[in-house]
Design a binder for this molecule. Structure first.
Ligand code: ASP
Length: 451
């Protein structure tokens, strides 16, 4: 059995949904189907999930919700009309949305999750209804009944390991199952979502649970490319790479897959195939466990870049002699709920790289104050507007000269490298540069390793 997931752009309107149904029905093994909410039909369009967040905000703040509610229902109604369906499903969708906004809860986060989840839930119902109308043995699967139980971190949940047993029973059903992505239920029965783009995670969890032969993730590109096509013209397509390489890339702005989607399949070694709904004949990109990957022909498979980082430079003379300094420093981050990305260090200094979004609302200033008062440092300075580039490839392992080529490429383009970090796995090298240099840095690396 294959798990097959379709993203929002694949389900944005009736035309796209027809393509999706054709893809599902063209292969008997495509039996567990994960769907997102309808996404954008054109670049200025709104995603249904974003509209649902606006609906939640309006309702929570006691404002009139009629206009936005009608707008959301109309997104589904136009799909349903163009699929030739009767009004029954649209009436159910309206009732569902009204009942959600009338659900009383004190917590904003719980309320938004309840509304956000409606996007995928109603889309799954609509698609199952359409397939049934065509005589297909399809069913909508409710994530609660199926056992998709998540932590109660609203808007940022993780699957509970105990979910897998119950979810594995889905393998025994003989229907085409349409499973809404992005959400599950907490142990106390409340709707809770993964972070944005989380339908990918649902797909990964289900693929691991039923031990799928492959997890097919359909989106709107033929391949994953070696660099961002918005920065590089016709970048090199990557036909195959490993989980480890994908993890490194997706963390720094490769937005093909949600960065948590691979963890469940990684543990069981299920290959992931990224494919294009608009061109289903393209074989797409395979992401496989390291042991299944052929020997790489190039040292580098991809270059990722993301902005919005900040670096905290902490300086203290003879820091290296002070046992426990690193732990105390990281404890300050932990107590402020801030994850860190990298931590290059010298004898007297440590730099901690974090995402700016995690340090907003005064958290940065608070941490700086705490570092100054509790660690007695010489200086602590925050630098914002940093970009991180990741040069990724399992072919770099034991290959000599990759860093030299990269730094020479930067120097030829006049780019100042603020930081370099290479993990001992040698699958990636990280470079920190000013945000204003980010594009030129990607171009420089791409030209060096691919042109
Ligand atoms: N619809 C959700 C979002 O826009 C989840 C997803 O599409 O994966 O974030």
């Amino acid at each position: 059995m294959k798990v097959i997931k379709f993203g929002g752009s694949s389900l944005a309107d009736a035309k796209q949904i027809l393509k999706v149904c054709k893809i599902i029905l063209s292969d008997d093994e495509r039996r567990l189907v994960v769907v997102s909410a309808p996404g954008k039909r054109y670049s200025d369009d709104k995603k249904v999930t974003d509209m649902l967040i606006s609906l939640a905000d309006a309702s929570y703040n006691g404002q009139n919700t009629d206009v936005i509610l009608d707008e959301i229902v109309e997104r589904y109604a136009s799909i349903s009309r163009n699929l030739g369906l009767d009004n029954k499903i649209i009436n159910l969708i309206r009732e569902d949305l009204v009942s959600r906004i009338n659900t009383k809860t004190e917590s904003y986060n719980k309320f938004v999750d309840l509304l956000k989840a409606a996007g995928e839930d109603n889309n799954a119902k609509l698609i199952a209804y359409y397939l049934q109308s065509k005589g297909v043995n399809a069913e909508y699967v409710n994530p609660k009944d199926a056992g998709m139980i998540l932590t109660d971190e609203f808007g940022n949940a993780q699957v509970l390991p105990s979910s897998y047993d119950k979810l594995s029973e889905l393998a025994n059903r003989d229907t085409i199952m349409i499973f809404p992505g992005f959400f599950g239920y907490s142990e106390s029965g409340e709707v809770v979502t993964f972070s944005r783009g989380g339908s990918d995670v649902t797909g990964g969890v289900l693929a691991a649970a039923i031990k799928a032969s492959v997890y097919e993730n359909f989106t709107d590109v033929d391949f994953v490319y070696a660099a961002n096509p918005n920065l590089i013209d016709n970048p090199f397509p990557i036909p195959l790479f490993t989980y480890e390489e994908m993890q490194e890339l997706s963390y720094a702005g490769f937005s093909v897959l949600h960065e948590e989607a691979l963890a469940p399949v990684y543990k069981v070694g299920i290959p992931v195939n990224i494919r294009n709904t608009n061109n289903p004949d393209a074989k797409g990109t395979m992401i496989v466990p390291g042991k299944m990957a052929p020997k790489p022909t190039l040292p580098v498979v991809g270059i990722a870049c993301d902005k919005g980082f900040l670096t905290l430079h902490v300086h203290k003379y003879m820091m290296n002699r002070e046992i426990g300094f690193g732990r105390k420093l990281l404890q300050i981050l932990e107590e402020n709920g801030v994850p860190f990305e990298h931590m290059p260090s010298g004898m007297d200094s440590i730099s901690i790289i974090m995402r700016e979004k995690h340090c907003a609302n005064g958290i940065l200033e608070k941490m700086i104050e705490e570092i100054k008062t509790t660690l007695n440092v010489d200086s602590v300075v925050a630098e914002k507007n940093q970009a991180i580039l990741m040069l990724v490839g399992r072919g770099m392992t034991k290959s000599v000269g990759v860093a030299t080529r990269a730094t020479a490429a930067f120097s030829k383009s006049g780019i100042n490298i603020r930081m370099i970090n290479q993990g001992s796995s040698e699958v990636s090298i990280m470079f920190g540069v000013e945000e204003s240099d980010a594009k030129a840095a990607v171009v420089a690396l791409y030209n060096e390793f691919f042109n």
